[in-house]
Design a binder for this molecule. Sequence first.
Ligand code: ADP
Length: 222
Amino acid sequence: MVHSTIPDHIVVFGRPGSGKSSLAERLGTDFGYHLVRTGEMLREAIRRNDFLGKRVECHLAKGDLVPDGLIFELLEINLKSPGSNRLLFDGFPRTMGQVPLLEQFENRLHFKIDCYLEIDVSREEAVARMTGRRICPKCGATYHLIARPPKVAETCDLDGTHLEKRPDDTTEVVQFRQQVYDEHAVPILKYYQEKCPELCRKVNGNQPFDAVYTEARAAIGG
Ligand code: ADP
């Protein structure tokens, strides 16, 4: 089916534990978006233990944001002329300082964000969900003990590696990341609400994943 009316370039916002990444993946599969996920790019750099990975590791472990300059470098490397591809940004922009960086990429690579989609979840619900998250330390595949369990308990479906908690999913760090989101994302959402309210959409994330997905599809006209 051709979805000609859906937005070509989306930014998805949602607090840690909102289901933002699962939603991004599903939209990517169903509508052909190329996913631009800064969190995943950073974790990949850490797994490779390259120069950038070494510099960002401590920020992620603490649940703190990576400095805007490093995010710019990361995107410079990973965001090469997307052409007519549909893009979905998951995790960027994450600070007001990154908002002009996105505008810079839009101008330089000739694309325009035509939808800002927020998954609205309460902080309590998000924290509760995060305790069930698991990740494969080898390939980075993500699971959830209830929402997306692996076929064999605590084992990666793709390579059989024993699953672990993300190092930044410990109780203390989880609370800190929620605080960071409240501090940084709220001003960004307010900025886009004022600048281009017609492009902003909000879905209720306090429901099971399939219901969130159905609402998100409807919100983008898919
Ligand atoms: P979550 O949404 O659950 O926090 P992400 O994978 O989006 O997961 O991000 C994980 C971590 O990566 C963040 O806590 C932060 O340290 C870092 N990060 C990701 N994207 C950015 C960004 N755009 N700017 C700064 N730090 C980022």
